[in-house]
Design a protein around this ligand. Structure first.
Ligand code: GRF
Length: 200
């Protein structure tokens, strides 16, 4: 599921194409029409559908439409790759859903922390490292069990833009790697922790 440029989607598509992820993307759902993520999906021959939250009376109706789309695609797991809308509790418990966040959760995350705002907050606070997090989606915002994280340095002359580029690079590493582990059945959630099982 995506809402923007889709570089994380592209990283997952590429990893499926070259076998790093033992699965395929069966469909792409965007919350907005005309975003480049949809172009990327079409170029990869992946069916697309736009499901805009504003077209639905409430969260339940929206989630029903999303569920129908996923069923239609035959999806078995969901990847939020720069998806900026809310998914309700029923959806969250129906599929394993992973999300990529451009900071080291539990820092700089939660309501309102997405895109440029995250990197602005990192620079405002003056932390020396940032990075990206892949986590399971639960009923909260950016609160599910953490699957993988990777750090990047924050440099004295960083702007939100230069930091975002550095973080995006590690996003494109850890999202496909996490999706591969999910598809290989090597992620075991134990309370708040996610254990990565050895390759069998
Ligand atoms: C990325 O920074 C991601 O962490 C955040 O939204 C941005 C999406 O970028 N969720 P893209 O659409 O994958 O290029």
């Amino acid at each position: 599921m995506a809402s923007g440029g889709g570089t994380n989607l592209q990283a997952v598509l590429d990893a499926c194409a070259d076998g790093r992820i033992p699965a395929r993307v069966v469909g792409v759902i965007s919350s907005k029409p005309g975003v480049y993520a949809l172009e990327r999906a079409q170029r990869a021959g992946v069916p697309i559908v736009v499901i805009s939250p504003k077209d639905f009376a409430d969260q339940t109706a929206h989630d029903e439409a999303v569920t129908k789309a996923i069923e239609g695609f035959g999806g078995q797991a969901v990847v939020l790759a720069g998806y900026l809308s809310i998914l309700g509790p029923k959806l969250v418990h129906r599929y394993p859903i992973v999300n990529i966040h451009p900071a080291l959760i539990p820092s700089f995350c939660g309501k309102g922390y997405y895109g440029r705002r995250v990197h602005e907050a990192v620079l405002e606070y003056g932390v020396k490292v940032s990075g990206a997090t892949v986590h399971f989606v639960d009923e909260g915002t950016d609160t599910g069990p953490i699957i993988m994280q990777k750090c990047v340095p924050v440099l004295d002359d960083d702007t939100p833009e230069t930091l975002a580029v550095r973080v995006l690079e590690v996003e494109h590493e850890i999202l496909p790697a996490s999706v591969a582990l999910l598809c290989e059945g090597r992620l075991r959630v134990e309370g708040r922790r996610v254990r990565i099982l050895p390759k069998t």
